[in-house]
Design a protein around this ligand. Structure first.
Ligand SMILES: [Zn+2]
Length: 131
């Protein structure tokens, strides 16, 4: 496949590619040495390829879309069929990061309303260089 510079890509395509790389990065962060991950919000244990990177604050919100602390590996049942199981997710966030994490994420959520293309280029290149 010919290499297209990110500056020539459509914004929706850049965002799709960023998300693929970010999701992979999060799932690799959460995986054990054998490539297995325990779901953040239930007891399911599955291979890295079978898990999602699930948001606490929905992925449509620019401020928390790519935030590590807003992203944890989840099984598809929790992420897709139970809308992220947010009531459990909140408790797990506090257990892992301590009191204040929900406030921190809420603040990040309101801190950004959009991504400029130049910012997306930077994120894309950073994620790409860490592959
Ligand atoms: Zn689950």
């Amino acid at each position: 496949m010919p290499k297209i510079p990110v500056e020539k890509m459509k914004t929706t395509y850049i965002m799709k590619k960023i998300w693929e790389m970010k999701s992979r990065q999060i799932r690799e962060r959460d995986a054990d040495e054998r490539g297995y991950i325990k779901c953040f919000t239930c007891s399911a244990i599955k291979l890295i390829s079978e898990m999602d990177a699930g948001h606490y604050i929905h992925g449509k919100h620019p401020g928390t879309w790519l935030l590590d602390r807003n992203l944890h590996s989840q099984c598809d049942i929790c992420n897709r069929h139970h809308s992220g199981r947010r009531e459990v997710y909140a408790l797990e966030l506090e257990a892992r990061y301590g009191h204040g994490i929900l406030q921190e994420l809420a603040k990040a959520h309101t801190g950004r309303s959009t991504w400029r293309r130049t910012e997306l280029y930077k994120v894309y290149k950073e994620l790409k260089s860490n592959l």
